[in-house]
Design a protein. Structure first.
Length: 411
């Protein structure tokens, strides 16, 4: 158990930056030091170098300007001491940077990063899917760890956020080793955390809690990854394999159903008979909404998907759950898929999401279905998203080129 430090070394020092002066006057600063860590604040006043008393840290003389500057020094000292005492009374983690932030923003009613995170959490709680809310929570935890490691504080004012903050947070993520993981985060994972932070900060900008968006010049860079999918032979092997264990047979059926519909696991297990409707062509379609985005999905039922539905039409597990297909947790599904891969002889890391990739690549695109249609079937709002999933197989390229050769020979 860790205990918070209750005593600190704290000092306030006023000084002028004579080395950077131009002429007879220099800028007046105050330096806060907490436990040896410094923070300087410019007081936006110029002081005559010859009148500055380095011993008393005051301006010598009786002019109106001199009295005003000395009054400012006294006021500043009192205010900084009050802020320190208030933080100490509240038992907060005290740093020179936090005292500086409080001093600079005390009269402006500035919002803090923690206030923004709290507001954002409340906003997304009932508007985003549980998985998305959870992902924002993970990003928030990393932001809090970064604040403690870099600034030795649990909060900063939004006006302190700048491009340097973003850059240092990115470096922190790149070097961070998550507990229980064999290696640090991938580049794409770091980018996703920064994208989530950008969404949170942009909310503050739109709420007019900050004057400038610190992310305005930041651009994410993603490494292109080869997405795993099953080729036609591997898909056929999974479809035809005779599993002696019921749980493996059911998970295989869920997986194959996704391979022929492109519907994600979280959406499949919520399907009921009400989701089967007659489409514009008079055949059966699955019509649902993606839990992740709320986008409508309409998929005509291919024969193999239809056979799986018929298999469970009067099955005890679906009669009890009142669902179209057997219900199982995502964790167990992916665990059983490892057993299925071993049994069938598939060397790929078989996860349920590979079914969606297989639908995009092996089942649709490779059979000549246009990418615009595939995008609609997957429930994507942008073609660019579909292009991440979909790759045309070498066999399809070869077939298309052979068709072209035949046409050119006839000319």
């Amino acid at each position: 158990m860790t205990t918070m430090k209750t005593s600190h070394t704290f000092s306030i020092l006023f000084w002028i930056n004579a080395s950077r002066s131009s002429g007879q006057k220099a800028d007046l600063y105050v330096r806060i030091t907490v436990d040896g860590k410094r923070a300087n604040i410019g007081l936006k006043r110029k002081v005559s170098i010859v009148q500055w008393d380095t011993k008393s840290k005051k301006v010598i003389g009786n002019s109106t300007e001199t009295r005003q500057i000395n009054h400012l020094i006294n006021q500043t000292q009192a205010k900084l001491y009050d802020i320190y005492q208030e933080l100490k009374y509240k038992g907060e983690f005290i740093t020179s940077q936090l005292i500086k932030a409080r001093f600079c923003s005390e009269d402006e009613g500035s919002k803090t990063l923690q206030e923004l995170l709290k507001y954002h959490n409340k906003k997304i709680k009932n508007t985003l899917a549980k998985g998305s809310v959870r992902n924002f929570g993970v990003t928030e935890n990393y932001v809090n760890r970064f604040l403690m490691r870099k600034y030795k504080t649990n909060d900063i004012y939004l006006k302190q956020l700048n491009y340097k903050f973003i850059s240092e947070f990115e470096t922190f993520l790149v070097e961070y080793y998550p507990f229980g993981h064999p290696k640090s985060m991938s580049h794409n994972t770091v980018m996703k955390h920064l994208q989530r932070l950008r969404k949170i900060i942009r909310l503050a900008y739109h709420l007019e809690w900050i004057d400038k968006d610190p992310f305005v010049r930041w651009k994410p860079t993603f490494e292109r990854k080869q997405r795993e999918f099953l080729n036609a032979n591997e898909l056929s092997n999974i479809e035809t394999y005779q599993f002696p264990i019921d749980r493996l047979d059911r998970v295989r059926d869920l997986f194959v159903f996704s391979c022929y519909t492109g519907i994600s696991f979280s959406d499949i297990i919520k399907l009921t008979k009400d989701n089967i409707m007659i489409g514009v062509d008079g055949s059966n379609w699955v019509i649902t909404k993606r839990q992740k985005t709320g986008v409508a999905v309409k998929v005509p039922l291919l024969e193999k998907a239809k056979c799986i539905i018929e298999k469970y039409e009067e099955h005890p597990v679906t009669i009890y759950s009142k669902t179209l297909l057997p219900v199982i947790t995502n964790e167990k599904t992916n665990l059983y898929l490892k057993e299925i891969a071993d049994a069938v002889g598939i060397k790929k890391n078989l996860t349920f999401h590979i079914a969606r990739h297989t639908f995009a690549t092996t089942v649709t695109l490779s059979n000549g279905v246009p990418i615009e249609t595939v995008s609609k079937l997957l429930g994507h709002t942008k073609i660019a998203t579909t292009q991440i999933y979909a790759r045309v197989l070498d066999e399809k390229i070869s077939d298309d080129m052979n068709v072209l050769r035949s046409k050119l020979r006839k000319e």
